[in-house]
Structures are given as C-alpha cells and as structure tokens.
Design a protein around this ligand. Structure first.
Ligand code: AMP
Length: 178
C-alpha cells in the first residue's frame, strides 16, 4: 500500500540537530525528509503544483542543498537548471556577490551566460533563515536585468524574519514553516 503523506508528516520528518554547526544554532536537517521516497516525492510534487501555472524558464539552485529539489523542479517545470555556487567552482566567466554572515563574509557566483533579461526565474534553496543568502542570489540576478523572479524554500524559519529582507517585488513561497 502506498504511504499517505501530508504536511504534518513532512514537518515531522525534518531532523533537529542542536548546536550544529556551532553552539546556539538549531540545525534543520532535511536529509531525513529527502531519504524517504514517498516524502521526497510529495515535497517535489507540492512545490511543482505551486509553480506549474507560471511560465518558469530557469530554475536556480543554491549550492549545495538547493541543487537537490532545484533540479527536480527544473525537470518537472520543463525549465533549464542553473547552479549558483560557492567561490572558485565555476569554470567560465562569472558574476560574483559577497554578503555578510553572522561572523564574516561569504560569496556566491553564477556564470555570465546563464540567463537572459527575459527569463522567468525560480530560485530554490532548502531553507530560509536570515535571508542573507537569498538576497545575495537576487543581487546576482540583477546583473542580467532579469525582472521576473520567484523564490522558494522547502523550510522557512519564521522567527528569523528573513522574508522581511527579500525585495517585496519578488514573490516568495515556503512549504514548511517553523
Ligand atoms: P540565511 O542566509 O541565513 O537565510 O541562511 C540560509 C542558508 O544557510 C541555507 O542555504 C541553509 O541551508 C543554511 N542554514 C541556515 N540556517 C540553517 C539552519 N538552522 N538549519 C539548516 N540550514 C541552515
């Protein structure tokens, strides 16, 4: 018999790891959701259903957990897949964007020939925390003159209010909220 999945089952499948990767951070481990075939399929289908009516031409995944569902969504939406990567990984000409972390800075990169101004773009990442990462990704897209941008997260940590840092013209939807 096929397992019936609902949002509560999905939410409970996310593993909490206290004090990882450093003290005070409560890490949401999504690998426990993705490792169950029925749950992984349900998550992918739900996110696909949300965007199937939008003419998405490119799905962007943020390294590295954003690649997992990002590529599935690109396939289902019949769109191209573009990776946004950590520094030094992309081999051709790139645009680069640095952003502030809790301690220090990080950088994201994208290939210069990855997008056109008329692309309709869906950026996917596994989780929205403070919003620093997604803001840097949106800033990277400004280099291409892209104006139609959607952002999607499997999980959003509401108490960190990352959503308040995302440009309000960018439509954002998260499947699971904590
Ligand atoms: P932020 O830039 O603060 O929105 O952080 C988002 C990025 O960091 C995502 O790519 C997440 O994978 C990762 N991340 C941040 N906080 C957590 C957390 N509590 N649990 C799991 N991943 C996290």
């Amino acid at each position: 018999m096929t397992k019936q999945i609902d949002l509560e089952i999905v939410k409970n499948s996310i593993r909490n790891i206290p004090d990882f990767p450093k003290p005070g951070i409560h890490f949401k481990d999504v690998s426990t959701s993705y490792q169950d075939g029925a749950i992984f399929g349900f998550i992918a289908s739900e996110i696909y259903e949300h965007y199937k009516g939008v003419e998405i031409t490119k799905v962007i995944g943020i390294e590295s957990r954003g690649f997992i569902l990002g590529s599935v969504l690109a396939y289902k939406l019949n769109a191209g897949f573009i990776p946004i990567r950590k520094p030094g990984k992309l081999p051709a000409e790139i645009y680069s964007q640095s952003y502030e972390l809790e301690y220090g800075f990080d950088t994201l990169e994208i290939h210069r020939d990855a997008l056109n101004a008329d692309d309709v773009v869906l950026i996917h990442d596994d989780l929205l925390a403070t919003g620093g990462t997604i803001n840097a990704a949106i800033d990277l897209l400004r280099n291409f003159g892209v104006s139609k941008i959607y952002t999607n997260f499997f999980v959003e940590l509401d108490f960190l209010k990352g959503i308040d840092r995302i440009d309000p013209t960018v439509e954002t939807w998260s499947m699971i909220h904590f």
